[in-house]
Design a protein. Sequence first.
Length: 337
Amino acid sequence: MAQVSEDGYLIGVDIGGTKVAAGMVNSAGEIRNQTRTAMVANEAAAGLAAVMSAIDAVSARSKDDPESRGLIRGIGICAPGPLDPHSGVVINPPNLPGWRDFPLAAEVAKAYRLPVRVDNDGNAAALAEALWGAGRGFRNVFCATIGTGIGTGIVFDRRIYHGRTGAAAEGGHMTIDYRGPRCACGKRGCIEALASGPAIARRAAAKIAESGRHSPVLDLAGGKLERVSTEMVGKAFAAGDPLAKEILQETAGFLAAWLGNVVDLLEPDVMIVGGGVAAMLQPLFDEIRNQLPTWSVNSHAQEIPLVMAHYGAEAGIAGGAALCWERPQVGAQGAPL
C-alpha cells in the first residue's frame, strides 16, 4: 500500500460530463483548496486541458496556503466508465464521447511527472470511505452511492476489488425483479431502475396519476406530473405526505431486497450508502435493516452496520486522492510502477 507522509498531499480529481472538480487531500483525508471548472466532453484534447486546468488551479492555491504546503505525492482521478483501472485508459464513456480508448493516466503522468491513478467514482468513493470515512476501522466494505444512478464499490482490506478485467462491482445493475422496468443498461429490474432518483420520481408521478390522490408532490410540481422530481418527493415526505411516504417505503423495500443479496454474497463488515437519495432515505435505515432477515439467509445480516457515507458532494475528490494509496500506479511513461 503506497502511503502518504504527513507532509505530503494528494490531488483528487472528479470528472463529470459537465464539470471537473479537484482538491488537495492530506493523509487524514481532509480536503483543501477545492476548485471547479467546466468540462469539454466532445473533444479529447480540450477535455484533457480542462482536467489539467483544475489540477493547475489547485496546485497554485496550495502555494499560498501555509496549511496545505507540502510535496504533492500523486494525482488520483475519478473518471466516467467504462475504463481500465490497471492501465488508466478511459474506454468508451457515454458522457464523454471525445474520450474513446483515451490514455488518461499516462497523459496526466507525462504532464506532471507524478504517479497517477484512474478509476470509476463508485470504486474510488468506496476506498475513500474505507480509508478515512464511515468505513474506517472495518476490513471489508461495501459502499453504494444512490443518486441519479446507483454506483457501488467493494473494498477488501483497504484494496478495491476490481474483478478479472476491472469491471467488477456494478452493483447498481443487479436485477431484483426480472419483470421490472427496463434499465438504461438494457436489463430489467436493476436496483438502479427501481431505487435511483429518477426511478423514485417516475413511480411517484405514476402513482399520483393512477390513484387520482391529491399530494403536495403535485403542488410542488406546479400541477404537472412531468415535472415531479425526487427532491419534491423528499420534501413532501418530510412534511408528512402519505403518498410520498408510501413511495419511499417501497424504495426502502427494494433496497432491503438488494442489500440482502449483497449480504449473502459478500457478508461485508459494514454497508455504507451515500448520495442525495440515501440522505433522503436515512430516516428509513432502521426499516431497511429490519427487513434484511426476509431477504438474506445469513442469520447475522442485521448485525452489519448500515450507515451514511462521510463524504457527500466531495466524494469524488476524496475518492480520487484515495486511489493513490493503492499500487500499481502509472508512472510518467504510462508504465506500471
